[in-house]
Write a protein that binds this ligand. Sequence first.
Ligand SMILES: CC(C)(COP(=O)(O)OP(=O)(O)OC[C@H]1O[C@@H](n2cnc3c(N)ncnc32)[C@H](O)[C@@H]1OP(=O)(O)O)[C@@H](O)C(=O)NCCC(=O)NCCS
Length: 170
Amino acid sequence: MQAKKPSESRTIMTDMVLPSETNPLNNLFGGELLARMDRAASIAARRHSRRITVTASVNHVAFNQSVPVGSVLTVEAAVSRAFTTSMEVYIDVWMEDRYNGKRSKANEAIYTFVAVDETGKPTEVPPLEPESALEKERFDAALRRKQLSLVLAGKMKPKEATELRALFME
Ligand SMILES: CC(C)(COP(=O)(O)OP(=O)(O)OC[C@H]1O[C@@H](n2cnc3c(N)ncnc32)[C@H](O)[C@@H]1OP(=O)(O)O)[C@@H](O)C(=O)NCCC(=O)NCCS
């Protein structure tokens, strides 16, 4: 299968935060943000694989900054590494200042998607070829994140997680 670049899966979704999507402090609900990120990441995984994709795990979510009602939020997702049937999708969330339009990083997350056929059986995806320094950095770290996710899910024995072990031995 021919390798694809992260830019080929990049998905950008911009939307406003409505009052119905906020908590009593008038900030965006965490669950609403998770849903927006899942949608953008799912489209990115589909663009990379051109297959049906399902969310296998949410590996890392950092709610670093609250997002007030009325904010304009941009969710940007791209495949950061493809394995055999699974893909890591890295999501950056940006908030636009309502007065000067300046963008600041609000959140980030890492999701794993699996490409499946019509019966739900995992199916192969094209490899990913990172281009920029940031894409290469994310690509390199993705294997140990996959191993961590598999260990936490009880799908891999810690002693088999060679990349992860190497991290703690450094
Ligand atoms: C995701 C799913 C297809 C994986 O099925 P499975 O029987 O575990 O399949 P496999 O063991 O062959 O794993 C398939 C791939 O997923 C990866 N994977 C499975 N669980 C994972 C996890 N928790 N974290 C990271 N990767 C995971 C495997 O490493 C494998 O990757 P690779 O082929 O690239 O090496 C299956 O569990 C499923 O359909 N889950 C429900 C998905 C869904 O409904 N999502 C929406 C939730 S609301």
